[in-house]
Design a protein around this ligand. Structure first.
Ligand code: AMP
Length: 289
């Protein structure tokens, strides 16, 4: 497959996308922060498929931008892993046509920038409480990327479950007129959810990270067996994580869309986990049966 065209300038990107859309081309968009893995690539392959579903070849777009406004001051912005050449080769293998990778964050946040998107209740709790300002940064950059690209469909991973709900809410509330598609979590063979941040794990930490997906699956098994008390299920997950030497940030059982804590685990209730392994913060989630 041919290497996608790389565009550095958001204004140039906006012109290209507008011309395509005005010409009747169907556009699918996958926003990422790069250092791509199979999770990202599954979104891109689906984007290719959905772009072409209008009966003629569409435009499959990916963006690679480590968005500074979604990182807290003590977070990993400076050391976030990057590999643009490797990413472009992976985008090629997944049929991406065009990649926007702004060279300088200042080209996305021009002088005088002062407009922010604040999504309400679904941005609170969970990662919203532990990472103040994170979802404001995410919602704002996704709103900008949707405005720059004007896609018919945009694809996001279930891995970042709260982020997906924040984006769905924003698109609805602000009449953005784009179809938001959530895609299943892609995992390593041992069950660890694929993440660019897995690169931070040392050889000693990496095998222990499997505790997260194992604990979630064990909760799923207990729920299938009739355990419906969210406190018991969450406590079981926490114990398993602590037993493997992870530090629990949160374990919660919530309604899949409102993200409110549930009183009883029902089918579709989502178990969400964030935990530290050394300095690395990992997240994962699963639907209960
Ligand atoms: P990121 O580069 O971490 O901002 O992720 C870009 C997109 O890829 C987001 O919509 C993520 O939810 C999605 N994503 C990340 N990891 C996975 C995974 N393991 N499986 C499916 N989607 C993922």
């Amino acid at each position: 497959m041919s290497t996608p065209e790389l565009i550095r300038d958001p204004a140039e990107w906006q012109r290209r996308c507008a011309t395509a859309r005005d010409g009747g081309t169907r556009i699918a968009l996958v926003p990422t922060m790069g250092y791509l893995h199979d999770g990202h690539l599954s979104l891109m392959r689906e984007a290719r498929h959905r772009a072409d579903s209008g009966g003629r070849a569409g435009l499959s777009l990916a963006t690679i931008f480590v968005n500074p406004t979604q990182f807290g001051p003590a977070e990993d912005l400076a050391r976030y892993p990057r590999d643009l050449d490797g990413d472009l080769a992976k985008c090629a293998s997944a049929g991406v046509d065009l990649v926007l990778a702004p060279e300088d964050p200042k080209s996305m946040y021009l002088p005088g920038f002062q407009t922010w998107v604040e999504v309400g209740e679904v941005s609170k709790g969970l990662c919203g409480d532990r990472r103040p300002g994170h979802f404001r940064g995410v919602a704002t950059v996704v709103a900008k990327l949707l405005g720059l690209s004007r896609p018919h469909v945009a694809l996001f991973g279930d891995k970042d479950w709260q982020q997906l709900q924040v984006i769905r809410r924003m698109v609805l509330d602000l009449d953005m007129g784009v179809e938001v598609v959530g895609m299943p979590i892609i995992r390593e063979p041992d069950g660890l959810a694929r993440s660019s941040r897995n690169a931070y794990l040392s050889a000693e930490e990496r095998p222990r990270a499997v505790a997260i997906s194992r604990a979630l699956r064990e909760a799923q098994r207990r729920a299938s067996g009739g355990e419906r008390d969210p406190r018991d299920l969450a406590a079981g997950i926490s114990r398993a994580l602590e037993g493997a030497g992870l530090r629990v940030d949160y374990v919660e059982l919530v309604h899949p869309e409102t993200l409110r804590p549930v009183e009883r685990a029902e089918p579709g209730t989502r178990a969400l986990v964030a935990a530290f392994l050394g300095r690395t913060r990992l997240i994962d989630n699963l639907a209960l049966p």
